[in-house]
Design a protein around this ligand. Structure first.
Ligand code: SF4
Length: 441
């Protein structure tokens, strides 16, 4: 008898998170309580504790931390102290719950993001998925094709990059690709299912490159005319250049922060972190979507990965796209001997990015070629919803196109349609948007 009671009590305590009431007396809607304050406040008004329904389990609204049965009145064995000694709910659960209820926020402390990042991995993945499904159509994955239109011979010293003229690598400097080559590549990418075409140049900036810059403006117009989103990564921009790109129809501009502010000088010395942020601001001001993320595996510590996410997640507006790259160490670069990034590091980074920037497209970028389909599936589960397709990522190899199509079929993923709302912000209201605009000025 005593044993049976103990099992019953323990069973209640160990009840999985999704075992929550289908509807409570105070939740009038069909919603499975995720937005209701009655459960989140562990209120005793919730009287309808039932078993999980198939509706709840199939719903896009995953249960949140606040729906965990931590109410002592429902479970006399439970106490806050017991829960916290088990690390439950985890910081990932708590932050995901808040993201689902309140949407994107940009007042993160670094400690908060570190705690999410350090949450137990499976919990982090689960809650990354929760936020992902709330903010996005979880089957949709954006396919972008990246073409290096001006390869090699770059004056910068990015320690990971084979295109820097400072390192002896196999990459040969080339001139800007001609219109027929670029436009044909864009057409092929479109035929293959890509909705975004990105063009990269190995430049510090485009100052003094008027002819080439004007040529790129033409590429942007032409490719936009094909019905594709167009993205460029041309190094640092001036305000007027950002405006000209916007005028030409550019959808997004990529300029990665690479790593944390603290670790950055160990990777690049030829331009500053603040210069990078300034370019992002010009892009934002011009009304172009911001694409900015970083690279893991540069020899940085976990705190630097958190620092990168903290900088991105506390920008007045989150970047619309956040590429997460795993270093592909290239012979001849200072980082040639870095050990490959483990899938678990990638998944942890993606899930944390998803929770702290719920509405951004989180892109599983360079390094994907090293991950198996099951490993990539974990990344999609954790919240990634964008990939690069095509033979190469600038100069490094990328996944086989047919293999990607097979993977989509296998995992039930579908290509995301293009979105031409340039610079669409992730604010939750007009009021919030006005505050961001003021903060950015
Ligand atoms: S990452 Fe870009 S800026 Fe840095 S060396 Fe390579 S091409 Fe140049």
């Amino acid at each position: 008898m005593a044993l049976r009671q103990a099992i019953r009590r323990r069973g209640a305590f160990l009840r999985p998170a999704f075992w929550k009431p289908r509807f409570s007396a105070s939740c009038a809607s069909v919603s499975p309580c995720s937005a209701s304050s009655c459960c989140s406040s562990a209120s005793s008004s919730c009287s309808a504790r039932t078993e999980p329904s198939s509706f709840m389990m199939a719903s896009n609204s995953f249960p949140a931390a606040s729906t965990l049965d931590t109410n002592p009145e429902h479970n006399p064995n439970h106490s806050d102290a017991t829960a916290s000694s088990l690390g439950w709910p985890s910081p990932a659960a708590t932050a995901a719950d808040r993201a689902v209820k309140e949407g994107a926020r940009n007042d993160w402390s670094r400690e908060e993001i570190q705690a999410i990042y350090d949450s137990p991995l499976l919990d982090l993945i689960y809650h990354g998925a929760q936020v992902h499904r709330h903010a996005h159509k979880f089957r949709e994955v954006q396919q972008c094709t990246l073409l290096s239109i001006k390869t090699g011979g770059c004056s910068e010293d990015c320690a990971y990059c084979p295109q820097s003229s400072r390192y002896k690598t196999d990459v040969k400097a080339q001139k800007l690709l001609s219109p027929d080559v670029v436009l044909e590549a864009a057409r092929k990418a479109k035929e293959a299912g890509s909705t975004r075409f990105c063009m990269g140049t190995a430049w510090r900036d485009s100052i003094g490159r008027k002819t080439n810059f004007n040529q790129i403006l033409e590429y942007v117009k032409e490719i936009r005319g094909m019905g594709m989103e167009v993205c460029c990564t041309l190094g640092m921009l001036e305000k007027q250049q950002a405006e000209a790109l916007k005028e030409a129809g550019l959808t997004a501009y990529n300029h990665n922060l690479d790593t944390s502010r603290e670790y950055y000088p160990k990777i690049i010395t030829t331009r500053t972190y603040d210069e990078r942020l300034q370019t992002l601001q010009f892009v934002r001001d011009a009304g172009i979507s911001v694409c900015s993320g970083g690279i893991i595996g540069l020899g940085e510590a976990a705190e630097d990965r958190v620092g990168l996410l903290h900088t991105l997640a506390t920008l007045p507006q989150h970047p619309e796209s956040v590429p997460i790259n795993a270093l592909l160490a290239v012979k001849g670069t200072p980082l040639e001997n870095q050990k490959p990034v483990e899938i678990w590091e990638m998944v942890r980074m993606i899930a944390t990015a998803r929770i702290v920037m719920p509405k951004s497209m989180v892109r599983l970028s360079a390094g994907r070629v090293r991950f198996s389909v099951p490993e990539q599936a974990l990344c999609f589960m954790a919240g990634a919803n964008s990939i690069f397709t095509g033979e190469k990522l600038l100069t490094t190899p990328n996944n086989d196109f047919n293999a990607d199509q097979e993977m989509f079929k296998l995992l039930g993923l579908i290509p995301k349609a293009p979105n031409f709302d340039q610079g669409t912000c992730s604010c939750n209201s007009e009021e919030e948007h006005s505050e961001h605009v003021v903060a950015a000025q």
